[in-house]
Write a protein that binds this ligand. Structure first.
Ligand SMILES: [Zn+2]
Length: 424
């Protein structure tokens, strides 16, 4: 009897481990995505290339840039090759290049995606005289694609002044501190910005703590992570609007900050972002498949900045959001049947978001907790509810702002109510 019980529990343990070990990726993942040991990168050579007569020039000599080759096809048609950092990889073909000409002329440019099909509407940015890049000044370009969608063709009016063509607004590590300052998030008494650790290539991973709670006082914690996948700029911008709302002067935000501690990591993959990667970090790995093995420095940094709160009596992990982007507004909650503490925050929150934004479509897809992603690490480590929050690639900036700010407000309201009900 006793042996049978031991055997039964052993089998249970083995099968429980097995189900996690065997998680091989979501349907949209390439094979072996959960093997998060370092993979080789295909280098992107930084250069300026000219072709044609008069010449058309392209450059990837800046952070966040991505193009791998450039050719002339005929007098008016040119081709830019876009390759990923390594393959196989998810379909997220990021591109960003500067283009100009020796004379004023128009040129058609084929954006040729290798290992991918078209996803991002090309954006144009004409820098002003200061050379600064402003988020609001990006215009979406008309484009055509071929039947395989592996090519998008744009037409540009060129001059000696370089213009930027990119898949989404360019938001590198340099822009993070600029945006945080511009949005009045940093530089306040209740916002503490620190370096949580370093990426594989030694870039800083920034942690923001937003709170007006005294260090000795017991408080629940809201964790925010984002930008594990470099091209997912709409999700990243949503997280910045979130932080702006959490740091605002509204009575709700002040009440929230007097009760909660916010720990935010808005840019978890700084190397991939500055290297113009499609998805991976400098180790060639999808960071959002590394939350079980922790083979990569970036996931380790975030884990270690939060793990001390496990079982802590003053800081109680309460809810977590992981921001991403895809081709729709999509929430991935933990299955409603899975008991978390507090329970079903996401399901209740989504109802509030939908009610506040009736003109926007949202999709909800619940998942079990077996995959090695950030959300599930929060659940397995702290027993809390958490969500993967995917923002539509094509959401207009004004809609993005409206949805993000209202979602931040409804979450603050909901979390305050939940904490009031559960407060020890
Ligand atoms: Zn993502």
């Amino acid at each position: 009897m006793r042996y049978a019980l031991i055997l039964a529990s052993l089998l249970l343990v083995i099968s429980a481990c097995k189900s996690t070990e065997e998680f091989s990726g979501f349907s949209y993942d390439p094979p072996d995505v959960t093997d998060t040991t370092d993979k080789e990168l295909i280098p992107q050579y930084e250069r300026v290339i000219g072709a044609g007569s008069p010449k058309v020039w392209v450059s990837n000599e800046f952070e966040g840039a991505r193009f791998n080759d450039f050719y002339m096809i005929n007098d008016s048609l040119f081709e830019v090759y876009i390759k990923p950092e390594n393959a196989p990889i998810n379909n997220s073909p990021w591109f960003a290049f500067k283009v100009w000409s020796d004379t004023v002329r128009s040129a058609k440019i084929k954006i040729n995606y290798q290992d991918a099909t078209h996803r991002y509407v090309p954006k144009l940015h004409r820098p002003d005289s200061s050379g600064e890049v402003h988020l609001d000044d990006y215009e979406s370009l008309d484009f055509k694609y071929d039947s395989t969608k592996s090519v998008a063709i744009i037409e540009l009016e060129l001059s000696k002044t370089p213009v930027l063509v990119s898949a989404q607004p360019l938001q590198t590590t340099k822009e993070l501190t600029v945006e945080l300052k511009k949005r009045d998030i940093t530089g306040r008494d209740f916002v503490n910005m620190r370096k949580a650790g370093l990426s594989k290539q030694g870039r800083e991973i920034i942690e923001l703590e937003i709170t007006e709670v005294d260090s000795g006082q017991t408080a629940p914690v809201l964790a925010i992570v984002g930008r594990q996948h470099p091209p997912e700029v709409t999700g990243y911008l949503a997280s910045l609007f979130f932080l702006e709302e959490l740091a605002s002067e509204s009575a709700l935000a002040r009440n929230f900050r007097n009760t909660f501690v916010v720990k935010a990591f808005p840019l978890v993959n700084p190397d991939g972002t500055d290297m113009g990667h499609w998805r991976h970090n400098a180790g060639g790995v999808d960071l959002n498949r590394d939350w079980k093995n922790f083979n990569q420095p970036e996931t380790k940094v975030v884990r270690d900045a939060l793990l001390w709160m496990k079982g802590h009596n003053k800081r109680i992990m309460f809810y977590a959001i992981d921001f991403h982007s895809t081709n729709e507004n999509l929430f991935y909650p933990i299955n409603e049947e899975v008991k978390t503490d507090p329970d079903n925050i996401t399901q209740n929150w989504i109802k509030m978001i939908m009610k506040d934004n009736e003109n926007i479509d949202f999709t909800v897809e619940e998942f079990d907790t077996s995959s090695p992603i950030a959300k599930n690490w929060f659940y397995h480590t702290f027993g809390i509810d958490a969500v993967t929050y995917e923002v539509d690639d094509q959401l207009q900036m004004n809609e993005l702002e409206e949805v993000s700010r209202s979602a931040a407000r409804s979450l603050m309201q909901l979390l305050l109510e939940e904490w009031k009900a559960k407060k020890p």
